[in-house]
Ligand binder design. Sequence first.
Ligand SMILES: [Zn+2]
Ligand SMILES: [Zn+2]
Length: 712
Amino acid sequence: MCCWTRARKNARYWRLLSFVEWGGKEESKRTMASRPGFAYDFPWAKMGKMKYAIYLPMVYRGLVSPENDDNDRWHFHMSMIVLARYVMAQFFISLSRIHAITEKTRIQRKGIEFKQVDREDHWDDYILLQYIVMSMVHFCPGLGFKNFPLFEKKGMWQLLLLHVGPTEYLYYWLHRLLHHHTLYSAYHSHHHASFVTEPITGSVHPFMEHIMYTANFAIPLLGTWMCNGASMAMFYVYLMGFDLLNAIGHCNFEFVPKFFAKFPGVKYLLYTPSYHSLHHSRVHTNFCLFMPIYDYAYGTMDKTSEDLYDKAIEGKASPKTTPDVVFMAHGTELLSMFHLPFAFRSFSSRPFTTDSWLLKMLWPLTLPAVVALRFLPGVKAFVSDKHRLKNMNIETWVTPAWGFQFFIRSEFKHINAKIERAILDADERGVKVLGLGALNKNEALNGGGAFFVQKHEKNLKNTKVVHGNTLTAAAIIDKIPENVKEIFLTGATSKLGRAIALYMATKKNCRVLMCTTSEERFETIKMECPEKFRHLLFRVNNAEEKVEITEENTTDGALKKSGSFLFNRLGSFKNNNKNNKEEEKEEKNDTKMNYSSGKTCKHWVVGRHCDKKEQSLAPSKTTFHQFVVPPIPETRSDCTYTDLPAFRLPEKESKDFKTCEMTMERGCVHACHAGALIHALEGWKHHEVGAIDPEKIDVTWEACKKHGFTCL
Ligand SMILES: [Zn+2]
Ligand SMILES: [Zn+2]
């Protein structure tokens, strides 16, 4: 279920934040060291995104208006190098965040969190710095650092020798110096604040440290030039090669093959991801840049390096774990694919919004993704993120389908097959609870998950399927004040509408004006209500009329006899299908609906779209309690609109959260997700599918409070 109201509010918040960045306010999140030293921040630290204006001359002279002289050729090649550096960084970020690729040989099990994402948001400062420094040298009058040929073979060897000689050696000692407590607390602790690394962590240092590194890395480039071996290729090879090795060292999964790593001598010449990960986990060992030879020579090599490499490459460093809870999301709008954790790290760490020019530019890329996900054979639900909550491992999986597909009846079989496969996989792995998020549990699609449980109840040994809507209903009800004696309910015969109506009548002794065109569906719900509360349920459809349906008017004898709640529709998916068709019919009749019956009621519980004209019927100071997606437009300034139900997770017990759940704020989840988590925390042994059991609303709500979840 998407939270559109929150999306609008969040969009405003992030726009404001981005204005602050553009406007140039201090961003304190950059500073990490306990006693920041001189020139800690980059000169453009206060400029926010305006720092990218530094690239404008390069782009203009190199790409927009080249005059084909040496200076323009320089700008052109610098543009290409800068672009390639961003592309390579993005490639490694995506690679290291795709669990299917990395989970077998992951090194550190712990995940990263928002704090780290924010601190490393400025990872690209070094690209700007090095572009500026190289260009300053190029344009330095009288120096002659220009007119380079495209390629010079001997220069490649010179470059290599100058790197492995002076640069690696100087880096080793500079790095050891930076670990002296004075420099460490003033500068280098910034890099070490990341215990678990991402590929771009390698370039996250204070300004002064980058100045030192850049001076050291200039040696191979200037040295090659002095030896007459300079070429434009030299810049591509050195800078790209440098970024490649830096990303490898920080990617947190081992992939250097054994035959290569164990080849005699290689361990002295090239580090591995596990080798440098030890520098972050144990801090004062493995100081080298890329070549461990100096660590061996000076005795700073971590003795567990080879052990860790062996464990990691064999999948024993951080063995794959079985999640306790899986929450199944799906694509919503096409641009939502860029909000996946392995797309844009910074974007996915903030509530989803389409309010971005970059996103709009990337829109065409979504089309091949739609075709691939839909038609490539073997595509199944994939892991998008992993977290921890209390003592549970939780994972978010994504059904490979987009929002629009859930409204195409011919797609139902295809989507259900993907969800069914995920449920069976989860059960085989021992997952305790699988929560169906958003449209994955759509009534029309699979009867709120009942279809899967009905089909596989005997086969499911471990996994409970949970739609989580009991908690959603509880959260909506909680927002209705205790003393309310009448509510006006639209979407009254939907899964949530039915549960709310029955609960309000039986537990709160509250009159419920159920706005529905379907007398039959109303009757069915009324007959589920214990007899002594039935007088509280009214069907309203046309102007100012309460149509009280008495038992004499009903047609369903079986329901009459039961006189009790029909909580569980297991084994009745056919009935659900029938109901779905009726619901669709009702939706078509929506235009005939008249909401004027609510004009004396100050609590509207809204489960269907409600336009400005319809809202105008509500009396002044009405509260619109919403469970409709998307939320209704807030057209009444004299009324209150509640948000769709969502929960903040208990903060101290939530770990490894680095992404936002679509439009949710950080650390918050949709009510149905929270419902699945509560189900697992309580160890409930029933499936929560099909119709909501109103008797379970209170117990679910109490459990939610007990575990420290806060309703937003
Ligand atoms: Zn260090
Ligand atoms: Zn590092």
